[in-house]
Design a protein around this ligand. Structure first.
Ligand code: NAI
Length: 468
């Protein structure tokens, strides 16, 4: 029996990045993956294919609605969805193939099959042909990710009641597309199909969209998406779904009112649950919390020696980059180094147009914590590059400690918010102040100047603004 220093179960961004780091640190490492392709949900049916479709559909809208303003004459514009989907598949293949190459380079052995822990230090891998292989190891990292939550009255059938996985593969835009849940998945996939021609209606239980993000920016995003033709029903709880002749009828309640919605397809995007059961973890005595997440200490160690867990399967935000950094920190600890994570400096992003990005405390969270804070805002309509780009939607908003001026939170709504937020993440990671950022020279003309101006406006001294 082959003996490893580390066996990682799951090859998503948490697992495969942990495997690379382990290889770099000289640990004899194996990674077990049940699916044929490496990369997990993110690369195969999540972050990556959704971004491919978001980009393609965004280009379509540009060609159809915006190009003319730039003096570009394109004639009639159409979508070849088949080709769009093929491009998406190619993107996915490039990246999953890349992960396989990275495993080779870093001398990580990959096992294809379902991994279960049979005892501390023992993992059994069952491949699709029914054969099993036993692996011995000093350490195990569980990095098995998460799966979509099903509504009890609306089991996924993959055709009419779909999860994000199928909503990435439609061969034609559904005439009416009903989305339950206005979180990242609902808003991103709702955007894709609205752009490609579906009549999209999003039902959300809470009185707001994009929960977890700053309310002011979430409300602005809702206004933009409404302008793009998406209909929102907030404070609307779906209680039943019926399928009749391939058509969906959803029953929902808003206050005392009962509402009915008809559609060709319904996407259930009401959250994801940890993929923690059936892995043998419970049999070897690993403890779980009330949400079936694996309990770990600050170094990702479970209550069982030699067994660790990272990513969506433990508590915290379900984000690929959080899983990656946890994977690195966990492996560094195993190798006797000093890995750590700063959870205050992990950004969340929704890749709509405009994109919504946020890191650290929202204004409401600062209020709830009783922190004496100041806010600095700057709108992109006052930024030279945004005007040149004709991309005026959105603002930058900082929440800073009133006395120490330390930046506590940064929130950006803009077409390129996912890239712009990185600067704020760095400043927060270094414990920087709004003044630090305001005194940093930003190139002109760039969108990042709006970030600087919002930081300046914590002291009400933004330059290019008529009304501070
Ligand atoms: P979510 O938890 O972000 O949002 C689900 C929404 O559904 C909530 O607003 C909730 O109030 C609502 N809801 C729940 N039950 C409902 C009902 N019966 N009727 C109406 N509304 C209901 O979940 P989502 O969007 O499915 O995403 C799952 C996870 O994946 C999240 O943790 C998310 O952060 C992550 N993710 C992140 C992405 C990104 O970073 N861009 C992209 C996709 C997913």
């Amino acid at each position: 029996m082959e003996k490893f220093d580390l066996v990682i179960i799951g090859s998503g961004p948490g697992g495969y990045v942990a495997a690379i780091r382990a290889g770099q640190l000289g640990l004899k490492t194996a990674m077990v993956e049940k699916d044929k392709d490496l990369g997990g949900t993110c690369l195969n049916v999540g972050c990556i294919p959704s971004k491919a479709l978001l980009t393609s559909s965004d280009h379509f809208i540009f060609a159809k609605k915006e190009a003319e303003k730039h003096g570009i004459v394109v004639g009639s514009v159409d979508v070849d969805l088949n080709k769009m989907q093929q491009r998406k598949e190619k993107v996915v293949k490039t990246l999953t193939g890349g992960v396989r190459a990275l495993m080779k380079t870093n001398k990580v052995t990959t096992f294809e099959g379902f991994g279960t822990i049979t005892a501390p230090g023992k993992v059994s891998v069952k491949s699709s042909d029914g054969k099993t292989q036993e692996i011995e190891t000093k350490n195990i990292i569980i990095a098995t990710g998460s799966a979509p939550i099903e509504l009890p009255f609306a089991k996924f059938d993959g055709k009419t009641i779909v999860s994000s996985t199928e909503a990435l593969t439609f061969t034609e835009p559904p005439r009416e597309f009903l989305v339950i849940g206005a979180g990242a998945i609902g808003l991103e996939l709702g955007s894709v199909w609205a752009r490609l021609g579906s009549k999209v209606t999003i039902l959300e239980f809470l009185p707001r969209i994009a929960v977890g993000f700053d309310l002011e920016l979430s409300n602005l995003l809702q206004r933009s998406l409404t302008g793009q033709g998406i209909t929102f029903h907030l404070e609307t709880k779906v209680s039943a779904i019926k399928i009749d002749n391939g058509r969906v009828t959803a029953t929902a309640t808003r206050g005392n009112e009962e509402l009915k919605f008809e559609a060709a397809k319904v996407l259930v995007s009401v959250g994801r649950k940890p993929f923690s059961e059936g892995l043998g973890a419970e049999k070897v005595g690993v403890e779980f919390d009330e949400k079936k997440r694996i309990k770990v200490d600050q170094h990702f160690k479970t209550n069982v020696d030699g067994i660790y867990a990272i990513g969506d399967v433990i508590a915290g935000q379900m984000l690929a980059h959080k899983a990656e950094d946890e994977g690195i920190a966990c492996v560094e600890r195993i190798a006797g180094k000093d890995g750590h994570i700063n959870y205050d400096a992990i950004a969340g992003i929704i890749y709509t147009n405009p994109e919504l990005a946020g890191v650290g405390l929202t204004e409401d969270q600062a209020k709830e914590k009783g922190i004496d804070y100041r806010v600095g805002r700057f709108p992109f309509r006052a930024n030279a590059r945004a005007i040149a780009n004709d991309d005026l939607d959105g603002i930058v908003k900082f929440v800073a400690d009133a006395k120490a001026d330390r930046i506590l939170g940064a929130h950006i709504l803009q077409h390129a918010a996912s890239e712009l937020i990185a600067e704020a993440v760095s400043v927060i990671e270094f414990g920087g102040s709004s003044e630090d950022l305001a005194r940093t020279c930003h190139s002109h003309p760039t969108l990042s100047e709006a970030v600087k101006e919002a930081a300046m406006n914590v002291e009400k001294r933004a330059l290019h603004i008529l009304n501070r």
